[in-house]
Design a protein around this ligand. Structure first.
Ligand code: MG
Length: 273
């Protein structure tokens, strides 16, 4: 058994090679509790193998009860070694991003456990506001943080594809892992950069607001990214918390993890007026 009691989810997913790339090196996982996207990198099909390797290993988390940050970190450490071992041309490594959510619970409270490594993204739409909950591990994000460029300039910057963390590196992976309590009518969007490099957050938010069905929303976002140029592989997973019943609660008392691992919910892009 996995996930969290009392949470009813609905979801949809879509992926496309895009208009320019010969292969689709993105992979995704959308099951009862795991909603993840991996964007593979590396020539000669290495990227495809890398993203598939990560997703296949992460699928094993579905066998656990309540998934903890340490469980995900452990799987990602194994995945890092497997991706590193993928044979590639000399001097060309394989790599992959991973982003998304694992539905779990802490002390009887349902949680999105947000996972991120690289520049695929996880967003949360709540009451019509879209907020990016993952932080890109990319050179352009560092430039945005330093005030050197704006977020919209980052979308066209020549170094926008350079990721600063990913699976497949010689160092141990340093994923971001944090909890966000699930609220009724939350909508989670997980996507590869093939979506966010084509569509601004405002456009993505509008489509998500206008398209109630999660599969329709995923299909529409992929179609719009394609129409906007489709310069990269495009993958979109949309997950809705359609019902959230307050269970008996009072699960096992707190674990070894500190409260600062729970991320506050903040206002985001596209506030309804
Ligand atoms: Mg990509």
């Amino acid at each position: 058994m996995s996930g969290a009691e009392g949470v009813v989810l609905a979801w949809g997913a879509a992926t496309h090679r895009g208009a320019r790339r010969p292969l689709n090196e993105d992979r995704y996982l959308a099951t009862s509790s795991l909603f993840l996207v991996a964007d593979g990198m590396g020539g000669h099909e290495a990227g495809e193998v890398a993203s598939a390797t990560a997703v296949d290993l992460l699928e094993g988390l579905g066998l656990l009860g309540a998934v903890r940050r340490g469980d995900v970190a452990q799987v990602l450490a194994v995945a890092n070694e497997r991706v590193r071992a993928i044979a590639t041309q000399p001097g060309r490594g394989a790599g992959t991003t991973v982003s998304g959510v694992v539905l779990t619970e802490r002390d009887g409270v349902p949680q999105w456990l947000v996972v991120n490594l690289g520049d695929s993204r996880t967003y949360l739409m709540s009451r019509g506001r879209l907020e990016q909950v993952s932080v890109d591990h990319s050179e352009v994000q560092e430039m945005v943080d330093a005030g050197m460029i704006t977020r919209s300039e980052a979308m066209t910057h020549p170094r926008r594809h350079v990721v600063t963390r990913a699976l497949g590196s010689p160092e141990a992976p340093r994923p971001d892992l944090w909890y966000v309590p699930v609220e009724s009518h939350d909508r989670v969007l997980v996507c590869s950069d093939g979506l966010t490099s084509e569509l601004a957050d405002e456009r993505v938010a509008l489509v998500l607001r206008e398209t109630p069905d999660p599969q329709d929303a995923a299909d529409r976002l992929v179609a719009e990214a394609l129409a906007a140029g489709g310069r990269d592989n495009i993958t979109v997973v949309v997950v809705d918390a359609v019902a959230l019943s307050q269970g008996p609660g009072g699960g096992p008392p707190g674990d070894d993890e500190a409260d600062e691992d729970t991320r506050p919910r903040a206002a985001g892009v596209g506030a309804g007026r």
